[in-house]
Unconditional design. Structure first.
Length: 777
């Protein structure tokens, strides 16, 4: 009878590994509903809690009300799948290999996208990048074959676009080793960005822990039209909430306005939820989702999702569901926004941008425009951009500045090529780059502005992130994030004061030209085409145990891992290596760009640790001072202290580790002898990553204590042993003795958020050590 009840949720065999186990999830949700006396649930809670390993255990302390555990209890979850990009997959797989399993517990995919340079155009760049990274791509491919993980090779596309086209489904819960994994929420999934060690949890079938998130509701009313686009929803929201506003929340969109969005537009919005620090973002099931699933060859899955929604009310919030916070945005009144420079939450409506630029003394001209990336390379984005280019072409205009287009996947590239969009781009001077991250991740071999130029220059991009030096390695490049429409219009003016909605451009014939609002198609009229077959992996790869995964001891790109030492059982005694001033993102802690090539070699990449950090006590970047006053680069002093057996602590300010899931930002400090990171506050993923690598992340109970700490002070925990004996108590306070250089002593209070399991990671030396111990038991 149970089977018959759920028969409408069945999909043909070939779709099973790509469909959430709806029947099982709905059964679990029924258990949850019973625990909370059928109180209305948000969509985020439905998806998340239906993935609990054991609802009764996780919800034991909720007293019939989920709001009682939000932000308090840790949930143990079973994600449905894992996706990994090439840069982070190396470490994830090196860690997975140490667990001794012959295959993964859930389906996984590897995507080669971050290591591909953007310079001359797709073909040349791809050939060169494959040659440069051959060893790494071969390693990833052999891991894929050995463990049965789908391998999407270089040129196939960007992880999040491929996930959207193939794996994201309403109601799915997945982990991805990239901070923009929430992109998949555009198709109604709960998709969370994590470090490699978390991915290993899912790949080994170990319950994955997440602190029960709060739910932030974003009510969308009205409808988008004219120049306004989905990108403006999130750039505007980032302005309202700031880079920390989403911390600890899942953002759930609702309201009539959702109906005017395309599925790919919703993905853009969820993608940049990472920029407000949200755990993830998601949308209720829509007709747009059904249309997208059908167009991407997944009609049977769309039928199962229809049934899960209509018959079991699984894919939308219950009537009366309560949000911890609600923000309302009227799409009919939404103006295009431009965010930046250097932080994604500095949001300026286009009508005020010119004046703000003058006031802030930003450059008066724009030096380059870049569209595409995982954030904005949908068919809709590309067709809208082309509609503007055609208007300019008809008026005889040529771009004034370099213009680059990055398609998100081979499917998108091939489809826009078939429909003549690539031709229009290229005829109008654009360089179409490989289907890869390229300039978005610092792989932009820029020739017009040198990396070391001290002069400011401004670029307009449709990307998602704009920290210093992220795109071209130049700290003085100001990246302004906006919609592809705004970027495209801007390349014809190049003037920071230009507002394409109201302003005209002077033509050579004396007339003036004004853009009409862009128009585009949500999905291609003639459907998608797949493109080049060689970019597609086997649909359901099975593990091949006889495949050898080779890592040469001579390699400077890959290095097998040595386990970190377990906790000694004593209180920690650490010297302050550095007090970091201000913003310290994962880009500051573990720089990307040229360093990306060492992602699989922990020792080599660790030479980049905190090289972007500002020393609070001297104002210098990448400078720290030894006990005798000698100056060192930060990683050099870490290495020296490691060799001397001197554990260290780094002290920092708010939202430390903001930005990405980059686990090297935790691995490298640990590798170089760090024990504690003590800050005013952490970004969630980074704090978890530190715990996974056996570090002790602490926050000041009183932020003012930051000012009482100086470099080289000795910080000794007072009651760590007691805290460990109590299994962490699910967070609490830890006393710390501070000994100044002159011998004076005082105590400060620090807070920790360690769960029982995380205490086990700390004791074992790392989460991987702990999992390995469990598998061996
Ligand atoms: Fe790649 Fe940039 Fe997206 S690095 S995954 S295109 S955020």
């Amino acid at each position: 009878a149970t089977q018959a009840k759920y028969s409408s949720l069945d999909v043909p065999q070939e779709y099973v590994s790509r469909t959430p186990p709806y029947a099982k999830l709905i059964e679990k949700l029924n258990v949850v509903k019973k625990i909370v006396d059928n109180k209305p649930l948000t969509l985020a809670e439905k998806i998340l809690y239906s993935h609990l390993v054991d609802p009764e255990e996780s919800l034991a302390s909720c007293k019939g009300q989920l709001s009682n555990i939000r932000g308090q209890e840790y949930l143990k979850l079973n994600p449905d799948r894992v996706a990994m990009q090439d840069a982070s997959a190396q470490m994830a797989l090196l860690q997975f290999m140490t667990c001794g399993m012959s295959k993964t517990a859930v389906p996984g995919s590897i995507h080669c996208d971050h290591l591909i340079v953007g310079k001359d155009g797709a073909e040349d760049d791809l050939t060169k990048s494959i040659a440069t990274n051959k060893e790494v791509f071969d390693f990833l491919q052999s891991c894929g074959e050995k463990y049965g993980i789908q391998f999407w090779g270089p040129g196939s596309g960007i992880i999040h676009q491929i996930v959207l086209e193939n794996f994201s489904v309403p109601g799915l819960m997945m982990l991805g080793t990239d901070s923009h994994t929430p992109n998949a929420g555009g198709l109604g999934a709960i998709a969370i960005g994590v470090g490699g060690a978390d991915a290993v949890d899912a790949l080994t079938g170990t319950p994955w822990e997440l602190k029960a998130p709060k739910v932030l509701g974003v009510k969308l009313t009205g409808h988008l039209s004219g120049w306004s686009s989905p990108k403006d929803v999130i750039t505007h929201l980032a302005g309202i909430l700031t880079v920390r506003g989403g911390t600890g929340y899942i953002v759930e969109y609702f309201g009539d306005g959702v109906e005017s969005l395309s599925c790919t537009g919703m993905a853009t919005i969820c993608n940049m939820g990472a920029e407000i620090g949200a755990t993830t973002s998601t949308f209720p099931y829509q007709d747009a989702h059904r249309r997208y699933l059908i167009q991407t060859d997944r009609e049977p899955i769309s039928k199962a999702a229809d049934a899960a929604n209509k018959e079991f009310n699984f894919l939308r919030a219950d009537e009366g569901a309560e949000y911890d916070k609600v923000v309302e945005i009227n799409l009919s009144e939404l103006e295009p926004h431009v965010n930046g420079p250097f932080t994604p939450d500095l949001s300026t409506p286009i009508s005020k941008f010119g004046d703000t630029a003058k006031k802030e003394n930003w450059p008066s001209t724009v030096s380059a425009g870049l569209i595409g990336s995982c954030t904005n390379s949908s068919y809709q984005d590309m067709s809208r951009a082309v509609s503007l280019i055609k208007q300019a072409e008809d008026a005889g205009l040529r771009p004034k500045i370099p213009f680059f287009v990055t398609p998100g996947s081979e499917q998108i590239r091939a489809t826009i090529e078939r429909d003549g969009l690539i031709d229009t781009f290229e005829k109008n001077g654009a360089i179409v780059l490989a289907n890869a991250c390229g300039p978005c991740i610092g792989q932009w071999d820029r020739t017009d502005v040198s990396k070391t130029s001290t002069e400011s220059n401004a670029i307009f991009t449709s990307f998602n992130r704009n920290f210093r030096a992220r795109n071209d390695g130049n700290r003085n490049t100001m990246n302004f994030l906006t919609s592809p429409d705004m970027v495209t219009a801007m390349i014809y003016s190049g003037d920071m004061n230009f507002n394409p909605i109201t302003d005209s451009i002077q033509l050579e014939n004396g007339k003036s030209f004004k853009f009409q609002a862009p128009v585009g198609e949500e999905l291609p009229n003639s459907g998608f085409i797949k493109g080049r077959k060689e970019f597609y992996p086997e649909a359901n790869p099975q593990p091949k145990t006889d495949v050898e995964v080779n890592v040469s001891p001579e390699s400077d790109r890959l290095q097998l891992l040595d386990p970190f030492q377990p906790w000694s059982g004593d209180e920690l005694s650490t010297n302050v290596l550095l007090r970091v001033e201000g913003k310290c993102t994962t880009d500051h802690i573990s720089a990307a760009g040229a360093w990306l090539k060492y992602k699989g070699h922990l020792e080599n990449i660790s030479y980049n640790t905190l090289i972007g950090a500002v020393n609070k006590d001297t104002g210098e970047v990448n400078k720290a001072y030894d006990l005798n006053g000698d100056q060192y680069g930060i990683p050099e002093l870490m290495m020296k202290w490691k060799d001397e057996g001197r554990p260290w602590v780094v002290v920092a300010e708010h939202n430390y580790g903001e930005g990405s899931a980059r686990e090297h930002a935790a691995l490298s400090p640990r590798f170089l002898g760090g024990s504690i990171i003590l800050v005013k506050s952490f970004a969630r993923i980074h704090e978890t990553n530190l715990k996974k690598q056996g570090m002790l992340p602490l926050t000041f109970a009183d932020e003012a204590d930051y000012d009482k700490i100086s470099p080289c002070d000795l910080l000794t925990t007072v009651d760590l042993k007691d805290m460990i004996a109590k299994d962490g108590n699910n967070g609490g306070v830890l006393r710390m003795k501070v000994t100044k250089k002159d011998g004076t002593e005082f105590e400060i209070l620090c807070k920790h958020t360690m769960s029982k399991d995380q205490i086990e990671f700390f004791k074992a030396g790392s989460a991987i050590n702990h999992i390995g111990n469990l598998k061996r038991e």
